[in-house]
Design a binder for this molecule. Sequence first.
Ligand SMILES: Nc1ncnc2c1ncn2[C@@H]1O[C@H](COP(=O)(O)OP(=O)(O)OP(=O)(O)O)[C@@H](O)[C@H]1O
Ligand SMILES: [Mg+2]
Length: 242
Amino acid sequence: MALIELTDVTKRYTVGAQEIRALDGINLKIDRGEYCAIIGPSGSGKSTLMHLLGCLDTPTTGRVVIDGVDVSRASDGRLAEMRNEKIGFVFQAFNLLPKFTVLDNVELPMIYSGKSAKERRARAIAAVERVGLSERMKNTPLQLSGGQMQRVAIARALVNDPKIIFADEPTGNLDSKTGATILALFRELSEQGRTIVLVTHDNEIAANAPRRIVIRDGRIVQNADNWHSGLRAAPSPQEAHT
Ligand SMILES: Nc1ncnc2c1ncn2[C@@H]1O[C@H](COP(=O)(O)OP(=O)(O)OP(=O)(O)O)[C@@H](O)[C@H]1O
Ligand SMILES: [Mg+2]
């Protein structure tokens, strides 16, 4: 069974007398260990789709199954449980707490995990080391560069050992060189078997993922491996050196 499966999904918003079809007949399967990019212009429904995939919201109609659990009509509490157990998020704006240290920010998602303080600290340290920020554990976010802040956010997304990581424009606030280091980190995580869904409006960034899902006006208009669509994924850092 696919890790993520959407069947005939729609999402409509009603604003005053106007109805907006943000998603319109989405069918999509994502397997364990896949790294895919969801790409499309502004307003095409990318974030709306990511919110459904990431158990942040439920569809108006249709079925969303995540890791064998039908969450189409799940309560807010059940959705929160799913997110805690299975999902990590990375956003364009980092969303770090400015008065907390790096380590405390990374520990936050474990508050409801039932783990002891000692284990929480040990896991947070491991996640911070994983993203290469051992030297900055005691700093606060405002003492870091943008790329370092995003790495803290990635450590925070990793700390509960989620099955899936969703990243919505994770390089949107970074210069292209710093953005490339963040994309290299996602690629490494993918090579280690993590399922990653990257949301972007930028073709070049999407080309980092082996599979691209193109969305326009709330519909999937292309769903293919980059290789087959003629757009080869960018070389991994190792390949680039050889
Ligand atoms: N809470 C909401 N209420 C009403 N309309 C919404 C809401 N959220 C999104 N929309 C509308 O749904 C459509 C899809 O929005 P969405 O945020 O998914 O686009 P996007 O592809 O992520 O765009 P961007 O690249 O600008 O982030 C847009 O027309 C948007 O205005
Ligand atoms: Mg968006």
